[in-house]
Design a protein around this ligand. Structure first.
Ligand code: GLN
Length: 250
C-alpha cells in the first residue's frame, strides 16, 4: 500500500520564453536535489517548472524572471496570453517573485532609457516592484564585468556577480505616480505592494553609487546573473526567504 503523501509540494517556476532559463532551471534542480534529501526540509518536496503558457502558473509557490532581452520577452508574453495572468500573479503578493537582469526590467513599475514601441506593439512591463529601472546603465556588452558582493539581510556574502548590459534601480518610487517621460514605460498597477523597498546591495562605478539589488516584501530584484556562476546560495536564499516564508504565512 502506498502511504498518503504528507509533504508540501513547492513548485518554483522559471519564465522560459527567452534568455537564460535553462541555467536557472539547472541551478534549481541542483539545489532541489540537495533540499529533497535534507532532514531540515523533510516536510517539503521541491520541483522546478518551465513557465511558457498561462496554465504553467497554476500552483506555483515562486517564480523567477530570467536575464535575456526584456523587449523580446515582453513581446513573447503579449503573444502567448501569459502577460496579463503573470502580471496579476506577480502583483498579488501570493508567491515569491525574483526578477534578475532583464527579469528585473520586466517587474519594475517604471523603466527608463528604453524604446517604447516594438514594431506594431508596445514595450509593456509586468510591474510589481515600485522602482524606476534604467536599462543598459553600465554601457554595452563590452562593458560587462564581475564583482563580488554581499546582500543585506541575506547571509549571502562575497557572491560573484556577473553584470551583462545590466540595468540599475535609478529611483525608489514608493507609490509616487510615474508620469512616463518620452523614453520610459510605465506598468499597469493592479494591486499596490505596501511593503517598503529595501536596498540590498550597491556598486561603485565611474564615481557613482548604483543600486543593483532590492526587495519589496515578496519581490526580489537583482541586476546581475546569479545563474552564470557555480553557486546556488542566491537561489537557496530566494527559496528560503521568498518562497517558503510565503507558503508558511499564506
Ligand atoms: N543581461 C541582461 O538580461 C540584459 C538585459 C538587457 N539589456 C535588456 O534590456 O533586456
Amino acid at each position: 500500500m502506498t502511504q498518503p503523501d504528507s509533504k508540501t509540494h513547492i513548485v518554483v517556476g522559471v519564465l522560459s520564453v527567452q534568455g537564460s532559463f535553462r541555467e536557472h532551471l539547472d541551478h534549481l534542480n541542483v539545489l532541489f536535489a540537495d533540499l529533497n534529501s535534507a532532514l531540515e526540509y523533510s516536510q517539503y518536496e521541491f520541483s522546478a517548472r518551465k513557465v511558457k503558457q498561462p496554465e504553467d502558473l497554476d500552483g506555483l509557490s515562486g517564480i523567477i524572471l530570467v536575464g535575456g532581452e526584456s523587449t523580446t520577452m515582453s513581446l513573447l508574453l503579449q503573444h502567448s496570453g501569459l502577460f496579463e495572468p503573470l502580471a496579476r500573479l506577480i502583483q498579488s503578493g501570493k508567491i515569491g517573485v525574483w526578477g534578475t537582469c532583464a527579469g528585473l526590467i520586466l517587474i519594475a513599475n517604471e523603466v527608463t532609457n528604453t524604446k517604447t514601441n516594438l514594431g506594431k506593439h508596445k514595450f509593456r512591463v509586468l510591474g510589481g516592484l515600485d522602482v524606476s529601472i534604467e536599462r543598459n546603465s553600465f554601457g554595452r556588452q563590452v562593458d560587462s564585468f564581475t564583482q563580488d558582493l554581499s546582500f543585506k539581510g541575506s547571509g549571502v556574502k562575497s557572491f560573484e556577480c556577473v553584470f551583462i548590459r545590466a540595468p540599475v534601480v535609478s529611483q525608489i518610487l514608493s507609490g509616487e505616480r510615474c508620469f512616463g517621460a518620452e523614453s520610459s514605460v510605465v506598468a499597469e498597477v493592479h494591486q499596490t505592494n505596501n511593503h517598503p523597498v529595501e536596498v540590498l546591495s550597491e556598486v561603485e562605478k565611474n564615481g557613482k553609487t548604483l543600486i543593483v539589488a532590492v526587495r519589496q516584501g515578496h519581490v526580489l530584484g537583482t541586476s546581475f546573473h546569479p545563474e552564470l556562476v557555480h553557486d546556488t546560495r542566491f537561489h537557496k536564499w530566494f527559496v528560503d526567504e521568498f518562497v517558503l516564508k510565503r507558503s508558511i504565512d499564506a
